[in-house]
Write a protein that binds this ligand. Structure first.
Ligand SMILES: *Cc1c(COP(=O)(O)O)cnc(C)c1O
Length: 360
């Protein structure tokens, strides 16, 4: 058996130790006589799994008491609608930062519900920069400010948390949650699809400040109302039980690695190795401003796009897979979430050097 270094943007790699643990517990979890997949979500075994997963996430992210952690379905894409449905609270508009493909989708969905004030827009420069705090045209009466701290496709990541002057800050953290320490108390809502840096697909996590729960629009479907899930421990209906369990194993794994401080150090070093190589070469390029470069998704191009096929084939021979860039950007993209071992990055960097030597 050989596990590849999988640079997919999502679903992405999971830590091998987590998959092995799941394998050991596959047929029978504890002394329950069954697999986690076969358990009632309301039984005491599953309840203990669910609660310890939540507790471990709270510990790892230092989530304050006045925040609910919701274990949902529907992906980050459903949050694009749930956020306005729950957070408008009678207001007519919200602020959005447009910094890439995912921001754009969030904005398009929000427009169904409210006036969207695009408080910053980097589309003209091809989404290669992070807008500065000073340039944000914020509306003091906005219901909230929504932004995408890490644009998974463009590889653009904020190096600061926007100041909103009391307006709730909402962050689509799908591709950067758990990548480093962060101050949850600065946010009204944090949400993330699990399949990048949390666990298997099918689970979406929303961390919601309690005072923002309970004022959803009258027309909000019960499943789209944060209050429904907050009041029922995310068990109003059947939750994605197995993905929730797997996420819990990932949270434990992060604790064992030294928590988010350790993750942040490793992630910065991993990304730095690839950017250093790119910056020291005329053969590879990355268009993103240096202060906006993502630690999680590193897009890069070859000087001659005709060589892309040969690059991908050579990489695959070394077990480096799923490096093809997003169809909208072209080139390559190395997604290097928490579960990508540093050796995977080292192997990629070695291959990039070799390929340049042979083809430049
Ligand atoms: C992947 C991704 C999404 C979409 O997530 P789904 O769970 O597939 O809906 C949204 N936002 C960002 C930043 C992403 O990386």
């Amino acid at each position: 058996m050989a596990r590849s270094y999988n640079f997919s943007a999502g679903p992405a790699m999971l830590p091998a130790a987590v998959i092995e643990r799941a394998q050991q517990e596959m047929l029978e979890w504890g002394e329950s006589g069954m697999s986690v997949m076969e358990m009632s979500h309301r039984g005491k075994d599953y309840m203990s799994i669910a609660q310890s997963a939540e507790q471990n996430l709270r510990d790892v992210m230092s989530i304050p008491e006045n925040y609910k952690v919701l274990f949902l379905q529907g992906g980050a894409s459903s949050q694009f609608a749930m956020v306005p449905m729950n957070l408008l609270r009678g207001k007519s508009g919200a602020d959005y930062l447009n910094t890439g493909m995912w921001s754009k989708k969030a904005i398009a969905e929000a427009k169904r519900f409210c006036d969207v004030n695009v408080a910053a827009d980097t589309s003209e420069g091809g989404f290669c920069a992070v807008p500065t705090q000073d340039s944000l045209k914020l509306n003091a009466d906005a219901a909230y400010l929504h932004y995408t701290p890490n644009e998974t496709i463009g590889g653009v990541e904020f190096d600061y948390v926007p100041e909103t002057g009391g307006v709730p800050l909402v962050a689509d953290m799908s591709s950067t949650i758990l990548s480093r320490p962060m101050d949850v108390s600065k946010y009204g809502v944090i949400y993330a699809g699990a399949q990048k840096n949390i666990g298997p697909a099918g689970l979406t996590i929303a961390i919601v400040r309690e005072d923002l729960i309970g004022s959803a629009m009258d027309s909000t479907p019960v499943m789209f109302n944060y209050e429904t899930h907050a009041n029922n421990g995310s068990m109003y209906n059947t939750p994605p039980t197995y993905s929730w369990y797997m996420a819990g194993l990932v949270f434990e794994w992060i604790k064992e690695q030294g928590g988010l401080a350790a993750m942040g150090e490793i992630n910065q070093r991993k990304a730095g190795k690839i950017y250093n190589l790119i910056d020291g070469s005329d053969f590879y390029g990355n268009p993103v401003d240096k202060n906006g470069r993502s630690w999680m998704n590193v897009p890069f191009t070859l000087a001659d796009a005709e060589l892309d096929g040969a690059f991908l084939a050579g990489a695959a021979e070394r077990g480096l897979v799923t490096l093809k860039g997003h169809r909208s950007v072209g080139g390559m993209r190395a997604s290097i979430y928490n579960a990508m071992p540093e050796e995977g990055v080292d192997t990629l960097v070695e291959f990039m050097k070799e390929f340049e030597k042979e083809n430049a």
